[in-house]
Write a protein that binds this ligand. Structure first.
Ligand code: DGL
Length: 241
């Protein structure tokens, strides 16, 4: 039965995996955490593309039938080039600006903000971009740092008026419940459900209409092996939904 590969610079893509597992309970996942490359948001476009290429190569070599770039930064900087290089199904994750209601702010990494692809999306949706260059690195440290990360978002949004907050980086989705409490009148949006639905459609085609059997996740780290921390974070996400 097919299994899917999921890539992110670190913990962020686990929020996408959780959404995919909610959508397709018995999916098999190989997760590539490119935590040896450093936070993608602070790399150049060429560096992001080169390191994501290596990760995808590993995922396809491990037998994944398709890959998910569970990373907005890698998607907006590199997805088109990566699709051309692999000629395989690669599902991207983009800031879900279209799901916002009313006046919105979109939180993104520095690398995402400077791409033409993102700028077009933001302009079409009339969203205000808020760049948080250090936020993903703080979230990557683990859940003991999520309150510190929340404070960073709260101070970045101080004096702004908005109805929706778009989480334009999968790392930020770990703060979703905290943000709902901090901004009870705002709609907090992320794109994971859309990605999960797209994966389900593609996977069902791939497996001739049947869902994959499994429900298993294997993790590969390009840097420090943090399987215990990552597994706990995924467990927390799955229990909170
Ligand atoms: N999780 C990633 C994203 O969705 C990137 C975080 C980073 O490495 O900067 O943008």
């Amino acid at each position: 039965m097919p299994k899917i590969g999921v890539l992110d610079s670190g913990v962020g893509g686990l929020t996408t995996v959780s959404a995919i597992m909610k959508q397709i309970e018995d999916v098999d996942v190989v997760y590539y955490a490119d935590n040896g490359a450093g936070i993608y948001g602070n790399l150049s476009d060429a560096e992001i593309q080169a390191t994501a290429y290596k990760g995808l190569k590993k995922l396809f070599a491990s037998g994944a039938v398709m890959a998910v770039l569970a990373c907005n930064t890698a998607t907006v900087t590199s997805v088109e080039a990566l699709r051309k290089r692999f000629r395989r199904e690669i599902v991207g994750t983009e800031p879900a600006v279209r799901l916002a209601a009313g006046k919105s702010v979109t939180l993104v990494t520095a690398a995402t903000a400077r791409t033409l692809r993102y700028k077009k999306l933001a302009q079409a949706a009339c969203t205000e971009t808020v760049v948080l260059p250090e936020l993903a690195a703080v979230i990557e440290k683990g859940k003991e740092h999520f309150d510190e990360a929340l404070d960073m978002v709260i101070s970045a949004l101080e004096n702004k008026s908005f109805d929706s907050v778009v989480l334009g980086c999968t790392h930020y989705v770990f703060l979703k419940e905290r943000l709902k409490e901090a901004f009870p009148r705002a709609y907090i949006v992320d794109g994971n459900e859309g990605v999960a639905k797209r994966v389900e459609r593609l996977l069902r085609n791939e497996s001739g209409g049947e869902a994959a059997i499994g429900g298993d996740i294997k993790m590969i780290f390009s840097g420090e092996n943090r399987k215990k921390t990552y597994s706990e974070l995924l467990e927390d996400l799955r229990n909170s939904r």
